[in-house]
Design a binder for this molecule. Structure first.
Ligand code: ADP
Ligand code: MG
Length: 440
C-alpha cells in the first residue's frame, strides 16, 4: 500500500490511471534482490505497465524499503511455474544472519589509491581471520566505503566457510542491545547478551565512534573484546577517526584498538571516482555517455554515497522526463546536489532527511498522516531536533512534517525531551542522529 501511495503522490496520476494500472498490482514474492509483482490483467496490460511504470515502481520500492530491487512482472497463470522453490537457500540465510548487504562485496569494490591499503588489509583479514591483523581498524570520512569493505570481508569468509559464525552490527545496535540487557536488570538478559557476542568467530562493529563516551558500553565492550581476542577470534572495527583522535575513548580500549592494524580510507581522486561510476553503471546495466560520467566525477568530490546518489538521480530524472541522458540534462537534474563545496547548513529539511535515513523510513512516511509507532517516534524525534538545532518557526516545521499545527510540534518535541531523561535508548539515538547531522 505504501509503495502504491508513494507512486500515486509522486507522479500525480489521475484516479483512472492509478486505478487501472497500479492499484491492482500485488507483490507476489520477494526473493533475494528481486520483487515479483503480480499483474492481474492480460498480456497487454503487462506490456504497458512494464513500459510505462517499471522505473517509477522501482524507485518507489527503493524509497519505501530503502533497498534497490530488480522487478519482475508476472501474470496470474505464471504464478504456478514461478512457484518460489526455496525462498532462502543456505548461503543467503547465513548472509542474513550476519546482517549483510549482498551488494557489498570485494567484487563490487573499486580499488583506487585512496583505499588500496584498506582494501589489501581487509582482504588479508578475510583470507586468514584471526591470524594476521587483529583487530582490523578501518577509519575514514562518511560515505567512503568502510561499511562496504566490512561487508566484503564477511561475505568472503562466509563464502569460503559457511559454518563460520559471522556477525556484523552497528555500534548503535550493539549499544542498544546492551542497554536493553542492563535495563532488564536480571542476570539471564545479561548472560544472553554475553553469550551472543562472545560466541562468535568474526565480529564486525561499524562506526565505533558512537560507542565512546558511554562508560557502561565501553566497559562491556572491553570484556567482549578481550574474550574474543584471547580466543583468536577476528574483530573488525570502523570509525570516522583513528583511535588516537577519539577523545573520550578509554585508554585501555584505545591501546587495544591499536594492537592490530589501522587502515585509513581517503577521499577518492578523480580517476577513482570515474572508475566507481563506470562500475556502478555496468552493475546496473546502463550505458551512459563518457562526458556525463566525467561531469559527475568532476563535480562531486567529497563522498562516494553522493556520487552514486547523483547517478541514480540522473537516471531516474531522465526516465521520468523521457529524455536522453547528456551533460545538459545532468546539469539540470543535479543542480541541487552540485553546489561548490559549501558546508552543509543545518536546516529542518536536512534534519528530517537524516532522521528518516537513520530509521530506514522515507521522508514521505515521516510527513504522512500515519500513526504507527515506527513512524510516530522518528517524527517526534524530527520535531525535537528541528526545535533544538534550528530556528525554523514552528509553523514551517509543521508544514514540513505533514501540515501539522504548532501545538502538535511542541507536544512531540516535549515528549522526546522528557523521554531523554528517563529512557537511555532515546538518549542514545538522539546523540547519534545529532552526530550524523553535524559530525563536528
Ligand atoms: P561509509 O561506511 O564509509 O560511510 P559506505 O561503505 O556505506 O561508506 O559507502 C557508501 C556507498 O558508496 C555505498 O553504496 C558503497 O557501495 C559505495 N562505495 C564506497 N566505496 C566504494 C568503492 N571503492 N567502490 C565501489 N563502491 C563504493
Ligand atoms: Mg558506514
Amino acid at each position: 500500500d505504501e509503495i502504491l501511495e508513494t507512486l500515486r503522490k509522486e507522479h500525480e496520476l489521475s484516479d483512472v490511471s492509478f486505478k487501472t494500472w497500479l492499484q491492482p498490482l500485488k507483490v507476489h514474492a520477494v526473493q533475494n534482490d528481486t520483487v515479483t509483482v503480480l499483474v492481474p490483467t492480460e498480456q497487454m496490460g503487462l506490456n504497458y505497465i512494464s513500459k510505462k511504470y517499471m522505473l517509477p515502481l522501482k524507485v518507489a520500492i527503493s524509497e519505501v524499503t530503502g533497498q534497490d530491487y530488480e522487478i519482475e512482472l508476472i501474470l496470474p497463470e505464471q504464478t504456478k511455474t514461478k512457484e518460489v522453490k526455496s525462498l532462502k537457500p543456505q548461503i543467503n540465510e547465513n548472509i542474513e544472519k550476519a546482517n549483510l548487504n549482498p551488494k557489498y562485496t570485494f567484487e563490487t569494490f573499486v580499488v583506487g589509491s585512496n583505499n588500496s591499503f584498506a582494501n589489501a588489509a581487509s582482504l588479508a583479514v578475510a583470507e586468514s581471520p584471526g591470524e594476521v591483523y587483529n583487530p582490523l581498524f578501518l577509519y575514514g570520512g562518511v560515505g567512503l566505503g568502510k561499511t562496504h569493505l566490512m561487508h566484503s570481508i564477511a561475505h568472503f569468509i562466509l563464502e569460503k566457510n559457511p559454518q563460520t559464525k559471522v556477525l556484523y552490527v552497528t555500534s548503535e545496535y550493539f549499544t542498544n542491545e546492551l542497554i536493553e540487557a542492563i535495563r532488564n536488570g536480571n542476570n539471564t538478559a545479561m548472560a544472553k547478551f554475553r553469550e551472543k557476542y562472545r560466541n562468535i568467530d568474526v565480529l564486525l562493529i561499524d562506526d565505533v565512534q558512537f560507542i565512546i563516551g558511554k562508560e557502561s558500553t565501553q566497559e562491556e565492550f572491553f570484556h567482549t573484546f578481550n574474550d574474543l581476542h584471547g580466543a583468536k577470534k577476528q574483530i573488525i572495527l570502523s570509525s570516522d577517526k583513528p583511535p588516537k583522535d577519539m577523545e573520550t575513548l578509554e585508554a585501555r580500549l584505545r591501546s587495544r584498538f591499536e594492537w592490530g592494524l589501522i587502515a585509513d580510507i581517503q577521499s577518492p581522486d578523480y580517476e577513482t571516482r570515474m572508475a566507481i561510476l563506470r562500475k556502478k553503471e555496468e552493475l546496473d546495466g546502463y550505458n551512459i555517455d563518457d562526458e556525463v560520467i566525467k561531469y559527475i566525477a568532476t563535480n562531486i568530490k567529497s563522498n562516494i554515497r553522493e556520487l552514486e546518489g547523483a547517478l541514480n538521480k540522473l537516471i531516474a530524472y531522465a526516465n521520468l522526463e523521457k529524455r536522453e541522458i547528456n551533460v545538459e540534462l545532468a546539469e539540470k537534474a543535479l543542480q541541487d546536489i552540485i553546489s561548490p563545496d559549501a558546508p552543509k547548513e543545518i536546516t529542518a529539511e536536512l534534519i528530517i532527511q537524516t532522521v528518516a535515513d537513520h530509521f530506514n523510513i522515507s521522508t514521505t512516511d515521516i510527513s504522512s498522516q500515519k500513526r504507527n509507532q515506527e513512524i510516530v517516534y522518528p517524527r517526534q524525534i524530527a520535531m525535537y531536533l528541528c526545535r533544538k538545532m534550528t530556528d525554523t518557526p514552528l509553523k514551517s516545521i509543521g508544514n514540513l512534517l505533514g501540515k501539522r499545527d504548532h501545538t502538535t510540534i511542541i507536544h512531540g518535541a516535549d515528549k522526546i525531551a522528557s523521554d531523554i531523561l528517563t529512557n537511555e535508548s532515546t538518549k542514545n539515538v538522539i546523540e547519534i542522529i545529532k552526530k550524523k547531522i553535524s559530525p563536528n
